[in-house]
Design a protein around this ligand. Structure first.
Ligand SMILES: [Zn+2]
Length: 263
């Protein structure tokens, strides 16, 4: 899109937003915010807050960077966790992540041993990253640490889209591992729950495009334990009637969405 139209969209779309919004909604929170989720996710334009609900105003404190990295914005994360006291931190990776692709490419080109392990990355290996700036590279290179961990498992997957989703999943595990180093006590005291997920718009996990798959809770990644943990969390809802239709729907969603690509 060229500049004139981009600028026109900026003005017109915001005005449409103003006209469609209830003024009272803004006035009630003009001087305070009370979010309940700290969302650490990727800056990718295909990942937007609306995947958590139509209206996340005052509900989700969003921190974004390339590859949803914990260390890049630790100050903003701690503001949300310790000043705003959000009880949940959601670390959300996604399919077809450019930062994961960059780090994977970097790992593969650095080692002959890794080239042999990652043979199905035909498209990725055609990408030329030579002209990107040092700043971009230095922000994304820390991702080679989790990617190197995941690469030996790739030969058991053998599908480029799924392999990249698996590496995003491993990256989320790694970022949660780092967060737990600092906030583990808060998790133990039940003041904070750290949830990891992968937003799948490519169909790596299922045909239901747009799903968030829950792949980690407080560092738990074993599928059976993860499932049990998800059920235990739902059971904490006060007076939740386990024979109700709503409870059955949630259990069904846990069955479908609390899942990992396993190797
Ligand atoms: Zn990304």
């Amino acid at each position: 899109m060229e500049l004139g139209n981009i600028f026109r969209h900026l003005l017109v779309h915001n005005e449409a937003f103003v006209r469609s919004s209830e003024e009272t909604k803004f006035l009630a929170y003009a001087t305070q915010q009370n979010p309940y989720i700290t969302l650490l996710t990727c800056a990718d334009s295909r990942v937007q807050g609306e995947i958590l609900g139509k209206d996340i105003f005052n509900k989700v404190f969003i921190i974004r960077n390339a590859g949803n990295q914990f260390a890049v914005n630790r100050g903003s994360i701690e503001y949300s966790l310790f000043v705003l006291n959000t009880p949940v931190m959601l670390v959300l990776g996604h399919t077809d992540c450019g930062a994961v692709k960059f780090a994977t490419h970097a790992c593969i080109t650095q080692s002959q041993e890794i080239i042999n392990l990652a043979k199905s990355f035909d498209n990725l290996m055609k990408t030329d990253y030579s002209s990107i700036s040092r700043e971009i590279k230095s922000e994304m290179l820390p991702l080679t640490i989790p990617i190197e961990r995941g690469i030996p498992d790739l030969r058991k997957i053998q599908n480029e889209m799924k392999e990249l989703a698996y590496l995003s999943q491993i990256n989320v595990d790694y970022q949660i591992e780092k967060a737990l180093k600092y906030y583990g006590n808060r998790v133990k005291e039940n003041k904070l729950t750290i949830i990891g997920g992968v937003y799948d718009f490519a169909g790596a996990y299922s045909k239901q495009l747009g799903r968030i798959l829950i792949t980690n809770v407080n560092g738990i990644i074993n599928p059976i334990d993860l499932h049990e943990k998800a059920r235990a969390i739902v059971k904490r809802i006060p007076n939740y009637d386990e024979s109700s239709e709503g409870y059955k729907i949630v259990c069904h969603l846990i069955d479908e969405k609390v899942t990992r690509i396993t190797v």
